[in-house]
Design a protein. Sequence first.
Length: 454
Amino acid sequence: MTFARYAGLRMKEITYRTKQFFDEVAAHPSGHVHLILIATKPDIIKQLPLYFELKKRGHLVILGHTGQHYSENLSGGMLKEFGVEPDFNLNVRGVMHEIVSQIIGRLGFVIGELKEKGKVVIPYVHGDTTTAMAASNAGFSHGFASVHVEAGIRTLTPNYQDWGVGRRAWDDKDCVEWRTFLMDRKNWERGSLEPCPEQFNTRCSEAATGVHLAPVELDREFMQSEGFPDDRIFVVGNSVVDAVAEAQERMKQSTVFERYPLLADGDFVRFCIHRRENCGSDSRFRAIYDAMVSLIQDGRKVLLITMTQTERAFERMGLKKEVEALAKKHKNFIYSPVWAEYMDVMAAMTKAAVCATDSGSMQEEMNAMGIPCVTLRFGSDRSESAMAGGNLIASPTDSTVIKKLIEYAWDNAEMRKAPKIYGENVSAKCINAVEQVLKTGEVFRSDDERLAIS
């Protein structure tokens, strides 16, 4: 019995779409297996366009799910919406270190089995997720480098000292000047480890990557400065634009305005807070929460999309009953768990006046849709969207300032006109890049090939 077969006895948690999964893949004439990994909602949204593009071109492509997001509203509903079923599910569960170790171990087993059957596996990992970090590790352990979708994202932070944040009244004039300040690249600094663990994840993923698919030129600059080979960095845009375009075509099927008629006339702000550095900090979370409450009490329409970390913060800080009471008392406030279908999100956001978020993907989506965005963090790993003029940074320290910036961004005509920076037909460009690399070698490249030593 091989070691892989022995290990398989301890991998009963993995489920497969068919009992003949490995034999079916082995029978395919292609020597390359394009393995698309998904785990979270952003993974599904941004990876499935590449999955469909690979299938359209006739490549041997399989879809793997870690099981990290397994509920209907975080995963199941969206998979049904896009009409896909994973070829295997790792069914990981537990706290962070358990999830990481399970992804590496279980995915490592799957990749090892495919390798034993003579296949060269090309894992496609996305962004700054735990799955990207762990899955690229699993592939690299077998000598397979990954294709990193949304590669090179690094956090930049505005130079608050140059801005003079403590001396500002934050009236409309200051808001205008702050936007202008953010649009100048020289006013940003590198070096932040937030968001956490996302900035750790993306750096780890990069080290095990053979093809870097960067959303914007700024990301290429980051990777070049860190020593990654330029001929394996491709600036392709962000595949979220393909997902947004596809979802917008189906928006007429959405029933979101039947469920939430308050949103039908637009003129609302969507709040979504889920980063650990915000939800794990009482002071940061309180500043954001108080700004939201003040907007509700002023009569502004507010949609709060709550997630696991949001709920944990409410419980820890004793705010759960208070926020529920706000939703009952104020008809202009919707307090909702995350929605299962992407077309519902897109349908609602076409009506939004502004989005207040700590999500990286929402910053990208708002740029693609022309919706003003306020990022509730000290910096951003999508700083290019602020440089383009459609995104404002609102540090989570002062609820009054957060509120002022949201009010300034509210249906702001200049912010709506910000250029769309994440491209179009991005999935096709991503696969073009991979095919270009495969014409002359493998995704994993040894030093003798890199240095052209025969």
